[in-house]
Unconditional design. Structure first.
Length: 88
């Protein structure tokens, strides 16, 4: 019976790690979606604005958002690879 209990504990540990990883994956997807929405909003605002100073401000914010999204997408890709590796 000891082996069965140990296996059950191991299974619970592995499941909890999977749940944490899944939650991280979902929250990262939400953040990336929000950043994409903000990016499209800023691009539309930039297209409508004639003020050069305002366009420069928007351009700098867009640059930051692009970098954040790129970093987030890279992290998301790593999480996908980890999930596939754990399934095997």
């Amino acid at each position: 019976m000891k082996i069965k209990k140990l296996l059950d504990k191991l299974k619970n540990i592995l499941n909890s790690e999977h749940e944490v990883q899944l939650e991280k994956y979902k929250s990262l997807k939400k953040v990336l979606k929000a950043l994409r929405f903000e990016k499209t909003q800023l691009e539309a605002e930039m297209a409508e604005t004639d003020d050069v100073q305002r366009q420069e401000e928007i351009a700098s914010r867009l640059k930051i958002i692009r970098v954040q999204r790129k970093k987030g997408l890279g992290l998301l890709e790593e999480l996908k690879k980890e999930r596939k590796a754990q399934k095997r």
